[in-house]
Write a protein that binds this ligand. Sequence first.
Ligand SMILES: NC(=O)C1=CN([C@@H]2O[C@H](COP(=O)(O)OP(=O)(O)OC[C@H]3O[C@@H](n4cnc5c(N)ncnc54)[C@H](OP(=O)(O)O)[C@@H]3O)[C@@H](O)[C@H]2O)C=CC1
Ligand SMILES: Nc1nc(O)c(N)c(N[C@@H]2O[C@H](COP(=O)(O)O)[C@@H](O)[C@H]2O)n1
Length: 360
Amino acid sequence: MDKQESLEKLLLIIDDLKSLAENGIPILVEGPNDILSLKNLKIRANFITVSNTSVFQIADDLIAKNISEVILLTDFDRAGREYAKNIMEEFQSRGIKVNNLIRKEILKYSRGDLKDIESLYPYISRRINFNSDLSDIMLPFVISNVGMTLDGKLATIDNDSRISGENDLKRVHEIRKEVDAIMVGIGTVLKDDPRLTVHKINASPKDNPLRIVVDSNLKIPLTARVLNKDAKTVIATTTPISDEKEEKIRKLNEMGIIVLQAGVQKVDLRKIMNEIYKMGINKILLEGGGTLNWGMFKENLINEVRVYIAPKVFGGASSPTYVDGNGFKNVEECTKLELKNYYPLDDGIVLEYHVIGSFE
Ligand SMILES: NC(=O)C1=CN([C@@H]2O[C@H](COP(=O)(O)OP(=O)(O)OC[C@H]3O[C@@H](n4cnc5c(N)ncnc54)[C@H](OP(=O)(O)O)[C@@H]3O)[C@@H](O)[C@H]2O)C=CC1
Ligand SMILES: Nc1nc(O)c(N)c(N[C@@H]2O[C@H](COP(=O)(O)O)[C@@H](O)[C@H]2O)n1
């Protein structure tokens, strides 16, 4: 069986899993990262995590709730196999049916490339066929980077954003060189007039990634530096059209700028990310500011966070912070991160996180 056939089989198994879950059969996973991966695959279920509760306790709870069948989706590594063995032994002795078939098939049709359920969503989203009805999960990998002060500010109340030192800017430009696109909101373009090219380290014009500006009402001045010939640029805007907007799109197109449209009042970031992915953009550096960062966090579109924290305090209720917007209402739904690395740089510190996700 070739790779494409295996992927198609895997998608059918995901469909089976969805149906079983919709019929009320709980899914047993190890932890919250696994739940997020399955939720991203549009699986809505009664998820039960097994990593912090004893097998006996879980069996007691299921029996108390009259649940007689579960789907087992522990990881494929040694710990996951151990959980699976213990659960099957205990549950079967207590009369609870354990469906281990889906787990075995996921392992089989991922051709041994998966070690855990957490990786299932990224695994599928990177390989999926463009015409599939799961096309909305085809998204680029997004790294969010900022230079911020200890109090989380991206600039002062007067928009002075000189936060990073020379070495930190070099670090950022190394990331720029490595990604396929750099993305900012129109607020940043209007306030900073950035170039968004690789210019702080040794680089040639071909190292410049695509530039993406999110701009609902096409406020971008035609003289903005981000529209110059140093790199290609995409403007993401909304769908409603007026004579004025049509004229601006015409001018932008004449300048070689690609205009993508999605969303009515604000740009639909998920749809735009999907369009961008279809253009062959796999990795994006999101460089803010705070309003766009919120939009991207809220939509669960950020995979990794890298921040430089300068030993400075800017203060000011109106100065931009790393993440602005409306904010989450409670801790349950907020974005969870896992610290992966940290090191001192210039006179500050760099923190690198893997995004676990936000849970609605
Ligand atoms: N220190 C650092 O690392 C950085 C600092 N900055 C600073 O941040 C500040 C700019 O931040 P900010 O004003 O928040 O601007 P942003 O760059 O975040 O742009 C926000 C704008 O994007 C547009 N937008 C369209 N659709 C969406 C959506 N779905 N979600 C969110 N935004 C959307 C909105 O404008 P519209 O409705 O018109 O489309 C919105 O106001 C500047 O002071 C800049 O210097 C910026 C980047 C990095
Ligand atoms: N990482 C980082 N640290 C700072 O201190 C900053 N002020 C920024 N700003 C971002 O970089 C853009 C400027 O880019 P160009 O040098 O013009 O290419 C600016 O608009 C912010 O997005 N970043």
